[in-house]
Design a protein around this ligand. Structure first.
Ligand SMILES: *Cc1c(COP(=O)(O)O)cnc(C)c1O
Length: 382
């Protein structure tokens, strides 16, 4: 069909006689083997009937703990819940401040605000994550924690962040929602902090088929508290110790995630291959994610920094290429946060105008990637 006309050998821009449609993300399950395994996993749960906190939940948690090399993992409702419960688990609340980045999905800010604390922004560095050099000057007597976000699967400078936290006796809560499967010096995202959070929502690289998240920690007491917090603040199912909401993970999601996990290494491998192709072809035309030899990135998104971003986005749209701006509004600029002081974040202010995520999921074919590359080159007249 259309796709086969456009070969890798066809190098010239504008040589395409057809317009391709390149989806940013396609959540349908096309691999028939995988689909079969997912259906079997659901079937098994329906048969044993332990729909709530069934055996697959424990199995899923054990796998996550093992991968993050942490003693405990807890499956929860969502990545947002993971952050909210982690903060509450640490006793962070009214009057406390949490230092974080301005550039993330709004859940990061919301989780802090919803437990009564105040998010405090420091600017980002070149890889779009929090700049550790600016953290210390933002610390006040109220600062309880640092909440770094591995934005676009790029690893934060965790060594520096951990040593600042240690020096000032603050907690670190990693928001590793976008970075399951990313590594820094051989350690997985979500294995550095006091308590760390993942999201397995369907858009993430390690994805469920509904809303899901997980928390990992080495702290047993905290783990026990988190167990309560996810279950309406109760122990023994009935005795409420702390006011809390329902944050339990579904057994069906855990069961499907166990299948998802089997396919994850291949998914990440394909995304990394594609990232390499993009980075080589687009070097010098746009700013590509810069992977250092100390990191391995799982590419939740492939985020470029592009001049005339809005025009490029429009041009690609006309070419049938779906892209995404992640995120067009910095968290402190959101209407919900107008009461906060204005933070000095010039780098975030300027880079947010250049950010563009191009299609980089595991279903993208070589032809499609070439079409994306050629279209970007054509836009810049290269
Ligand atoms: C997706 C995401 C979350 C929230 O996860 P949900 O499972 O959607 O609630 C939090 N932080 C970041 C950085 C995310 O990308």
């Amino acid at each position: 069909m259309e796709r086969s006309i456009v070969g890798l050998s066809q190098q010239k821009p504008f040589a395409y006689s057809v317009k391709m449609n390149v989806r940013f993300l396609d959540l349908s399950v096309q691999d028939s083997q995988m689909k079969q395994e997912l259906l079997q996993a659901v079937d098994k749960v329906l048969s044993h009937g332990q729909i709530m906190l069934g055996p697959e939940v424990k199995e899923f948690e054990n796998k996550i703990a093992e991968m993050a090399k942490k003693k405990y993992a807890l499956g929860v409702n969502s990545g947002t819940d993971a952050l909210f419960l982690a903060l509450r688990g640490l006793g962070i609340g009214l009057g406390d401040e949490v230092i974080t980045t301005p550039l993330s999905w709004i859940s990061t800010f919301n989780a802090i605000a919803m437990c009564g604390a105040t998010p405090v922004c420091v600017d980002i560095c070149d890889n779009l994550t929090i700049d550790p050099d600016l953290i210390e000057e933002a610390i006040t007597p109220r600062t309880k924690a640092i909440l770094p976000v591995h934005f676009s699967s790029q690893m934060c400078k965790m060594d520096q962040i951990m040593s600042i936290a240690h020096k000032h006796q603050m907690y670190v809560i990693e928001d590793a929602a976008q970075a399951f499967g990313s590594y820094l010096n051989g350690k997985m995202a979500g294995s550095f902090g006091t308590v760390n959070c993942y999201s397995m929502n369907p858009m993430k690289v390690f994805s469920a088929y509904g809303e899901t998240g997980a928390i990992v920690t080495d702290d047993e007491q905290l783990y026990q508290k988190l167990n309560m917090l996810r279950y309406a603040g109760t122990i023994k199912k009935e005795e409420c110790q702390i006011p809390s909401l329902n944050g339990k993970i579904d057994t069906i999601q855990a069961a499907m995630l166990l299948v998802s996990l089997k396919y994850l290494p291949d998914k990440i491998r394909r995304r990394r291959e594609l990232a390499k192709i993009y980075s080589e072809a687009l070097k010098g035309i746009v700013i590509c994610p810069n992977e250092k030899n100390t990191t391995k990135v799982s590419y939740y998104t492939y985020t470029i920094l592009a001049e005339n971003r809005d025009d490029l986005k429009h041009y690609l749209e006309e070419k049938g290429i779906e892209t995404k701006i992640q995120h067009p509004i910095l968290m402190p600029d959101q209407k919900a946060y107008q009461h906060l002081p204005k933070y000095l974040i010039p780098k975030a202010e300027s880079l947010k105008k250049k950010i563009l995520c191009i299609p980089a999921n595991e279903k993208i074919t070589l032809d499609e990637s070439q079409y994306v590359i050629d279209s970007i080159k054509a836009f810049y007249g290269k």
